[in-house]
Ligand binder design. Structure first.
Ligand SMILES: [Ca+2]
Ligand SMILES: [Ca+2]
Length: 266
């Protein structure tokens, strides 16, 4: 009887198709990151959000220590180019990116990222608070926010920040004339300090006209909500070539099964 060799072929082809589909979709997710400025009207705005989905080892700053160039590129400049370069150099397999644009009070913005949830389950962020000389928000501990479990399920759907979580990088002295958003950000006087929490200094900018055209009023208390980062995931469809290959293998399997049945019928 010739059934056995023919019967095992479709099983093999089917298993291969499943394997290909699994490899194509292995731990890969689209993660939609939404940022919201929750600060009171006319209070702080934010520079583009710098973010990394990573393995939990990249650490851009420490409370009580001197700020280094990568976090200063966020805290003083807002663009964060050195932050992203340092992140990618330290973790080449991380997903590093930006949710772009100035974020004024009441505004929100979303961007989608492709993430390997198994290799990069942790989330790190940093963004400049403006107006300021060197203020930012961000997570000190690189393992503070684990977004995914081993099955790729979201463990955290949002991260909220209050005014009491605003950092002073300690790198540039307070000076409205040299502050981003209200002064000439190309100017700076070294502060020679260390990273530490501070939001009270922001009231020193009260009454100044911002680059966005509103007159700044801090109006912040330590527990005032200022920022939220939200996460949502969607699966990544199987890439077309692999999907077609898998479909072709399944079709071949069906043909083989028909042949096997025909052989039995004889
Ligand atoms: Ca740290
Ligand atoms: Ca400072």
């Amino acid at each position: 009887m010739s059934v056995r060799p023919h019967a095992s072929l479709p099983a093999l082809l089917g298993a291969t198709a499943l394997l290909l589909a699994d490899v194509a979709g292995a731990a890969q997710l689209n993660v939609i990151v939404t940022v919201r400025n929750l600060a009171p009207a006319n209070s702080v705005s934010f520079a583009p959000l710098q973010l990394g989905f990573h393995n939990g080892t990249s650490d851009a700053f420490n409370n009580g220590q001197v700020a280094t160039a990568p976090i200063i590129s966020v805290a003083e400049g807002g663009a964060g180019t050195a932050w992203r370069q340092a992140f990618s150099a330290a973790e080449p397999n991380a997903t590093v990116g930006v949710v772009g644009g100035l974020l004024q009070p009441g505004e929100s913005r979303s961007t989608s990222f492709r993430v390997d949830s198994a290799a990069n389950p942790f989330f790190t962020f940093a963004t400049m608070v403006v107006p300021s000389n060197d203020f930012f928000i961000g997570n000190d501990s690189p393992t503070r926010y684990r977004l995914f479990d081993n099955a790729g399920n979201l463990l955290i759907t949002s991260i909220a920040q209050t005014a009491g979580q605003i950092w002073d990088a300690g790198s540039e002295t307070f000076d409205p004339a040299a502050a981003a958003f209200v002064g000439n950000n190309d100017l700076r006087t070294p502060q020679g300090g260390v990273v530490g929490f501070d939001f009270s200094e922001l009231s020193g900018f009260n009454g100044l006209l911002t680059g966005a055209g509103y007159t700044f009023q801090s109006a912040l208390l330590a527990d005032t909500g200022i920022y939220q980062i939200e996460f949502a995931t969607t699966p990544i469809p199987i890439p077309a070539p692999i999907g077609l290959l898998a479909a072709g293998l399944v079709a071949m399997g069906a043909v083989a099964r028909r042949r096997a049945r025909t052989t039995v019928a004889r």
